[in-house]
Design a protein around this ligand. Sequence first.
Ligand code: 13P
Length: 251
Amino acid sequence: MRRKFIAGNWKMNKTNQEAIELVEGLVKELSGIDSVDIVVCPPFTALSDVKDVIDGSNIALGAQNMYFKEKGAFTGEISPLMLKDIGCEYVILGHSERRGIFGEKSDLIEKKVISAFDHGLTPILCVGETLSEREAGDTFKVVEGELRNELKSLSKEQMKKVVIAYEPIWAIGTGKSATSSDAKEVIDFIRKILADMFDDNVKDAVRILYGGSVKPDNISSFMKEETIDGALVGGASLKVDSFSAIVKGAL
Ligand code: 13P
């Protein structure tokens, strides 16, 4: 049985005071829920303050990105050692905004995935197609390429721990989510590729989330698909009410 997983990607939002207020509200609202893994991914600047608030609660900490090296002359970057030291358990890698706006390619993302494991962090790897790729019929080709290039050097045991988020780029921040059957179709395909790259145990163990305009009123449509294990939530993770309602909608 795969455990359900709901993560909030706060992106470049929240000052430290705002982050503390948001997460204090979440701790209160979500206390006692133990059947879903709940993760918040604040900006780097708020990780430490958020960690202080969630300590001892049922909410875990994730970062939104990292570089793959431990330390050195990499101005502006954050290392896995720093994230681990501050109490992160998860790190989002390969988000479409990193790929699209900041030009991250598969070879870099693969190095980050390996480095996350080397430092005891669990990667949440995002994959997904643009609108033009979908319209050209290339969705499966794009997603398969990302999976094969970025996960190829992991062991089966490592792979079972990876969390994959299928985030069609045309559904991110647009208010236009994929339908649950669109999401299921691609997520089933991802499981098929994992079975081919690894084995059926891996295929059945990996948690795969949907992301893209997830809201309180559509979460249940995704969760009723047996193959979808949860959601990576952007905009709706920025308010106590909406993120709590999404977590509760996944129970
Ligand atoms: P939205 O929920 O705002 O569409 O963002 C999704 C996302 O990119 C999560 O990583």
